[in-house]
Structure formats: C-alpha cells, structure tokens
Design a protein around this ligand. Sequence first.
Ligand code: PMP
Length: 433
Amino acid sequence: SREEVAYFGAGPAPLPTPVIEAGGKAFVNYNNTGLGLAEISHRSPTANAVLAEAKSALTTLYDIPEGYEILFMQAGGSGEFSAVVHNLVSVWVERRRRKAEEALGNDEDKLLERLRKEVTEELKVDYLVTGSWSLKASQEAARLIGTKYVNVALDARKANNGKFGRIPEEATWSLTPTKQEGGTGSAFVYLCDNETVDEFEFPAFPQCLEPQGADNEEDERIVVADMSSNFLSRKVDVSKYSVIFGGAQKNVGVTGITIVIIKKSLLPPQTATPPPALLHKLEIGGLPGTIVLDYATIAKNNSLYNTLPIFNLWIASQVMVNLVKTFGEQKVSGQEEIANKKAELLYKTLESHPEVYQVVPEKSVRSRMNICFRVLGGDAEKEKEFLAGAETLNLTGLKGHRSVGGIRASNYNAVPLDNVEKLVRYLEDYATK
Ligand code: PMP
C-alpha cells in the first residue's frame, strides 16, 4: 500500500494521498456529473472554475502582487527554457523597435537597419550556470539565438575544480551592466533556484540582482527563475522576479502542467509588426518560436488557447488549496518550516557519520529539496549495497541522477516527516553496522 512505501524520487514525486484518492474519483465521475475530469471540455464552466481556483490559491500562497499574471502551460520546464528566450528576446526587440520608431518614424528600411545594428552590438541574455538545469537552459538559448548572444555570467564549475556545488562571490559574476551601471542591459538574467541534479539551491535572492529603482521600469533587470524543483517550498518575494516558472510534477501536481508567473508589462501588446515576424527579418537564430509557448497569446486566452489538461490542473489546484487550508495565514512559510525541518534532520544524520557519508555541495548552497550524498567516498559497490538495503525496507527512489551517481533523497512537500524519519533510521543503522 502507499503507506508501506517511502518514496524519495526526484520527480515525478509523491503527492498527498488525500489528493490522489480524490483524484481517482474525479477521474471517473467528477462531482456526480457522470463524467471524469479528463473527459470534459476545457472551455466548460467546470474547467473555468478549476482554473480560477488554482490561480486564487497560488496568488494567496505566494502573495502574488497586482501586475502579475499566472499562466498554465504544457511543455514542462524544458519548454520554458525555449519560451523564456522566445518571449523575452521578443520583448527586448519590441522595446527597441518602439524607441527606434519614435526617433525615425515609420521608414521600414531605416528601422531595420538600426535594429540589426542594435541586435548585433547589444543583444545579450545572461545566464547564471549553477548546475545541469541552468546549463541546459543556457544551451537552449544558444541553440535558438546563437552562442554570441548568450553571456554565461557565472559558471559555478570554474571556481570549483570543474564541479558544481559552490557559488563564487557575486563580485566575480560578469552580468551585462544595466543602464544605471553604464551599460545597455540584457534581455534577461536567468537562474535556476534549485538545481535538482546537483543539489544546489540559492540561499537567497542574489544581492546584485536586487531592483535598482530605475525611473523607467524598462531599465530594470528582468530576472527569470526556474523553480521547478522548489516551487511552493519557501517564501518568495515575487516582486523581485519578472518570470518564475516550474513544472508541476515535483511539489505541485502531476506532469503536464507548467506554471508561469509573469509581470504583465512583459506581455507585449499585439502590434502592426508582431515581434516574431520582425525577429525573422532580423535573422536572430531560431526565433520566432511556436505560438503555444507565446506568453502574450496564452495570457490573452486565460491559459485556454489550446486544450489544457484539466484533470492535471485540478490535481495542482487541490494541492495548492490544501496548502492554503493547512497553513492559513502562514501561507507558504508554513510549508517552508516543514521542508527545512525534514532537510535538517537528514543533513544532521549524514554529518554525524562523516566516515560513511559525504554530502556533495558546500553547506551554504545545500538544497533543502534534493539531498545528495556519497557513501564511503563514492565507492560504487557500497552505494549499490546501500541502495539494495534501502529497497528491502521499502525506501525507494534514492538512486542519484545517472549523470552524477551517488544517492539522492528528494524531500518534496508531500514527502511525510514519518518517511524522512524512516530514512534517518536506515542511515543510522547502515552507518553503525
Ligand atoms: N528544471 C529543473 C530544475 C528540473 O528539475 C527539471 C526536471 N527535473 C526541468 C527543469 C525540466 O523539466 P521537464 O522535464 O518538465 O521539461
């Protein structure tokens, strides 16, 4: 039964049992309508109610301020790697086009000439590469628009013998300077808040990315964060980010829904020269992108531009509604306390047996969601033995990512404290055996 297995998989991940059980019923016969949620129209009143409930719960949990839009999309975290580039480079070009038009009027040839020059000389997207997911995102940007436009402002491996797991001083990062700093600014700065494979989590919002209080909002840095693997696990000051995204399949729901929180000012109005067509003329690599990844289109259609999986959305809405009910005024900070407690328990146990376990990253950047460690310095035979012993106790999903090996215990929101305590007992027993 579900109670007998303690699953620590990195995603898809366990969901709260009451939601899964209610989901079973809703899949067959939702609210006695004689139809399951996967069978109804995404344009029905029921679907709209599910959408509204999901938005409302998320707004409450994260205290999402006015001026932000919530989008539900479908192409996963990887889809967002492309969507971010497509949309925000489009915004960059659109803003430049508007300024050029103010200066030059409607002379199409002159406009294009100026824009081509600006693109060649000034277009940059900044990436903070702190693990394999941000690395992948930066590679997607390079694939889409060309390497020359991608500024890797930080490669955390460089200061750590070629390995992730540390974060060098902010002063060593090479972000594209903003207007206030005497530069022209980048189209966006991208970071991955929690690196699922490499067990790196930003301890806090980077100081150097703090809003600078520019007179013109367009001169502020646009900060994008992938929160796929720590979504709704700690308090976030949404106002510091322009885009936050996350696939649902770890802390929020089942695969098939990607949540995007975006500043409305980045949803470009439809113009006579739509950005994608313009980008095409400017020959910026692989842009324009597909319409189902176009934020403005998805926003304009209340996330129902095409068929949204309403059953999957309902699961996410139920998880979020339950968090609102459970934590009340504490909101996501309530969940944060529990996540921290479970992570501390695991780290404390691992640290009390340094002769057996080695935690992979440096303490200051350790993830609370994915706890990665090696057994006896990475002895492959011992790690196999450790995993086999865990399996016999129904402690499952502990194998590290195939690219790095070792052990990874994922501590997502729905992993019960009881299961963490079971794992702690096994860690103790294995170490003292
Ligand atoms: N970002 C992070 C931090 C992830 O952990 C993952 C998947 N594990 C992704 C992006 C990619 O997500 P998807 O598989 O939904 O494309």
